[in-house]
Write a protein that binds this ligand. Sequence first.
Ligand code: BTN
Length: 249
Amino acid sequence: MISQLDTKIIGRKIYHFDTIDSTNLFAKILIKKGTEEGTVVVADIQSSGRGRKDRTWSSPKGGLWFSIVLYPIISPKSGMIATMAASVAVAKGIEEITGIKPVIKWPNDLLINGKKVCGIFTELDARKDIINNVVVGIGVNVNNKIDEELNKIAMSLVDEVGTEISIDELLRSILINLDETYNKLIHNDYDSIRESWHSYSNIIGKKIQVQDDDIITTGKVTDVDEDGCLILDTENGSVKIVSGDLTYL
Ligand code: BTN
């Protein structure tokens, strides 16, 4: 359990569980009770960890599984900037604690040596043109063993570092970094968040394929726009990609 943080918004209230179904689900229960912005829910084990696109997220002991409650006053179409801020904070935290610089893979995965070390699942509750709340769920493989069937595509920090990493120190570092990036977000300094995001990403100029349900788009990335969407140069011209799974070609 980490000690009280001297942050402005993030992690001033932290709920810790040995085991819970999903920290995202518990965060939503706390929102109904009016919990303060920046509340963090962290668990040693999740019995029903959830990922993007209804996927399950394996969450055994040894990993860092947590969610953060945010109430940003931004339009829903800018919601992606919250995920970008979180990706940057996790990348900085990992770099500070391990010395290894991860790569951000659009939209929200962190990779080391081409393998996924962190996934981010942002759940946004919005009315027409205003966000009610955002739950940013973050899963980092730290000291946990990766399931056999995922070995080719996922890794744990311990695999690269060679010795166990302090989960508390990593969480502390991520939350302090997120406090900084989130303050930029609420002051509309999106440019600075995007700049940091690009310093961990290598996507511009890459030829990629994005699959969103049945729709597959192939092209070269020319930009990530102010809403965090990918701009692809395809054979049918410029196409804006809002979500999907990306493969480098
Ligand atoms: C992905 O699909 O890549 C995102 C995975 C996000 C997993 C985290 S673990 C903490 C939080 N609680 C959940 O149930 N999911 C997120």
